[in-house]
Design a protein around this ligand. Structure first.
Ligand SMILES: *[C@@H]1O[C@H](CO)[C@@H](O)[C@H](O)[C@H]1NC(C)=O
Ligand SMILES: *[C@@H]1O[C@H](CO)[C@@H](O)[C@H](O)[C@H]1NC(C)=O
Ligand SMILES: *[C@@H]1O[C@H](CO)[C@@H](O)[C@H](O)[C@H]1NC(C)=O
Ligand SMILES: *[C@@H]1O[C@H](CO)[C@@H](O)[C@H](O)[C@H]1NC(C)=O
Ligand SMILES: *[C@@H]1O[C@H](CO)[C@@H](O)[C@H](O)[C@H]1NC(C)=O
Ligand SMILES: *[C@@H]1O[C@H](CO)[C@@H](O)[C@H](O)[C@H]1NC(C)=O
Ligand SMILES: *[C@@H]1O[C@H](CO)[C@@H](O)[C@H](O)[C@H]1NC(C)=O
Length: 393
């Protein structure tokens, strides 16, 4: 038979058996079976919220649109054994009985947005997702993120996953948007061994963080309410705002090659803090505002502090006279305040410098406004966001 005769036969059989391989809504397994001849599905696959039980997406290798489900409370598992890529969003929200996601070949996803998947404990992603734009995972039962092995990511936001114990993303080298962790289980350990560059990174409610390769951040690096004792960024040379607040076990901050903070630098209410080691720090574009209980302070190389300088400790073994010389030499451009042994150390704007100190509010400083630091602004923002998230629970 010549090609001339085969083609019409094929066309006829497709008309009978094949779907059009475009946008598809799945209410039952037979809807899913209806697209199993679509090697590439050009459009979105939307799982209807009425779907009940185990869903198998067989045969499909590529979805050019999204794989979506919102409110599918009776979807118990989703398996797609040959799917390698999802062009747009992999968005699952409110699948409250989902226990299994099995995507053995999945490698690339436009973005991941998972919210309210409380029974989902682990990912069966044998190959591992290496490419995704933005990743947001909130309110799931995941205990780890094995199967997500990104090389680069845009936003990476991991919030309120109360069972999450470890995040180990060996491949991640570059984050082009905000990385943020908050409200997870407070024994969460985060290892980003190869992350070299990023923009903003914020960490809340975690027990350890390891960023041995981190060299450069264009935005803020912030830690609130963490449980680790030592923070070390052995390769970090440059960041935007830098913030350590309310980290109750933190005793040692070590950034041996940090040269430039292109924003404000705040340390406050880290009640076990004893050593701050910043031997190479030269330039701070905003203010330096350190208050608390630290004893050793190494600020060996300061050349330029554009903002104000507030240094207050309960038991500091550092010389305010030496620091005052930096002010008189015009290394420090803004207001200067230093007190190495103050029972109630305060932040630049008069807030508490330790969680036990009695001072606070605006009365304790005569020049509050002049001491405003850039670093204070994002803190308020994040606290508000966190409060809003907490209210959703
Ligand atoms: C899930 O199943 C229950 C019990 O059959 C039913 O009442 C409920 O409406 C279903 N939920 C959805 C979103 O279809
Ligand atoms: C990180 O990714 C961005 C965007 O893809 C790129 O412009 C930048 O060069 C990358 N940086 C590094 C150090 O790989
Ligand atoms: C730290 O930076 C140096 C010099 O850029 C580099 O050779 C080294 O591999 C980095 N260390 C890590 C753990 O990435
Ligand atoms: C990133 O950090 C900068 C300061 O370093 C801050 O101005 C900005 O608001 C932050 N962006 C986000 C999304 O938090
Ligand atoms: C997270 O840390 C903040 C302090 O920054 C604290 O107020 C909050 O209670 C903590 N949340 C959890 C869930 O541990
Ligand atoms: C602080 O941590 C750094 C890096 O981990 C370490 O080299 C240094 O000895 C520590 N200092 C103190 C006083 O514990
Ligand atoms: C204070 O620092 C000096 C060296 O700068 C050291 O000799 C002295 O022992 C330290 N005192 C305390 C109480 O740590």
């Amino acid at each position: 038979m010549s090609l001339k005769y085969i083609l019409p036969v094929l066309a006829a059989s497709q008309a009978v058996f094949a779907a059009d391989c475009g946008d598809t809504k799945i209410k039952t397994q037979s809807d899913a079976d209806g697209i199993n001849t679509c090697s590439t599905l050009k459009g979105d696959v939307t799982i209807d919220k009425s779907f009940s039980g185990d869903l198998q997406l067989n045969g499909i290798k590529k979805i050019t649109g999204g794989l979506l489900c919102s409110g599918g409370a009776n979807v118990s598992s989703i398996t797609a054994s040959s799917l390698t890529s999802i062009g747009k969003g992999f968005d699952l929200e409110g699948l409250t009985t989902l226990t299994l996601l099995e995507f053995a070949e999945l490698d690339s996803v436009g973005s991941i947005n998972w919210e309210a998947l409380p029974k989902l404990q682990s990912l069966n992603f044998a190959k591992g997702v290496t490419q995704a734009g933005d990743v947001s995972i909130a309110n799931t039962g995941l205990t780890d993120l094995n199967g997500i092995s990104l090389k680069t990511v845009g936003t990476f936001s991991i919030q309120n996953n109360r069972d999450l114990k470890t995040i180990d993303i060996n491949n991640l080298q570059n984050a082009t948007n905000i990385i943020s962790f908050s409200g997870n289980f407070d024994t969460l350990e985060i290892n980003l061994p190869n992350l070299g560059t990023g923009t903003n990174m914020t960490f809340q409610n975690i027990s350890s963080v390891s960023v041995p390769s981190l060299e450069k951040l264009t935005g803020q690096l912030g830690f609130w309410g963490t449980q680790f004792e030592t923070f070390s960024a052995p390769n970090l040379t440059q960041t935007g705002d830098l913030i350590f607040k309310d980290n109750s076990k933190l005793s040692n901050i070590s950034m041996p090659v940090l040269k430039t903070v292109s924003g404000g630098f705040t340390i406050a209410r880290d009640d076990k803090l004893s050593t701050i080691s910043l031997p190479m720090l030269e330039r701070v574009n905003g203010a330096i505002d350190f208050s608390g209980t630290f004893n050793k302070l190494s600020l060996g190389a300061l050349k330029d502090v554009e903002g104000s300088f507030n240094m207050q400790s309960t038991r500091g073994n550092f010389s305010c006279d030496d620091l005052r010389k930096l002010k008189s030499d015009n290394v420090i451009k803004g207001n200067f305040k230093c007190d190495a042994t103050n029972n109630n150390p305060t932040t630049a704007n008069g807030g508490k410098g330790t969680s036990s100190s009695s001072s606070g509010g605006s009365s304790s400083t005569s020049s509050g406004a002049a001491f405003m630091t850039g670093a204070n602004v994002p803190v308020v923002g994040l606290a508000a966001v966190f409060g809003a998230l907490a209210q959703l629970l």
